[in-house]
Design a binder for this molecule. Sequence first.
Ligand code: ADE
Length: 221
Amino acid sequence: MIIDILTLFPESFSYLNCSILKRAQESGLIKINIIDIRPFSKDKHKKCDDYVFGGGAGMLMSVQPIYDSVMSVKKDNSKIIFPSPSGRVLTSEQAKQLSKEEHLIFICGHYEGVDQRVCEIFHPLEISIGDYVLTGGELATMVIIDCLSRFIDGVISKESLSEESFSNNSLEYPQYTRPADFMGYKVPEVLLSGNHKEIEKYREKMSKERTKKVRPDLKDD
Ligand code: ADE
């Protein structure tokens, strides 16, 4: 998969060069390009924002630099994503669908947002990462990329995906590693028993209990 990120703040993206995402890029499963929008501005001072018509607080990102930067990377198979608090909230299922795309383009808004004509021209998929407002789309872009990358074959193991939170509309059971006793805090006996049937039963029970308590809104399936 090729991912092009269009942003006024390319320095925000060092997280993508760590750990699992770093390995995914090194092994060629994902190619991430971070593209600075500013050089695309036709303004003589390379300005990329302006006041809001009709009045209102703050500045909006202008349409021209975004338009030209999108056109510099857009192909027939590109899916354009605009992270925004006005979009539908990201789900695991949506991330899984996006992981099947060949080319993603992320438009990172900043300040008060972007000129609406960006959406009128490109009809991007607007995705929110939660009901709160961030200072820009950069963090949201990284959240979406991190989440969808885990569904790309080879990025993480298949078992990790099937057991984790949200995979069956439920939260993951608690897990432990060595030592079996840390300052008197003991690992539940059943997990040390080697009885796989009992372990599975225990995990299912814990997962159900946790989901009911913390996220009763998740529908059991
Ligand atoms: N940009 C600002 N806030 C956001 C949010 N909650 N989700 C996605 N993009 C955003």
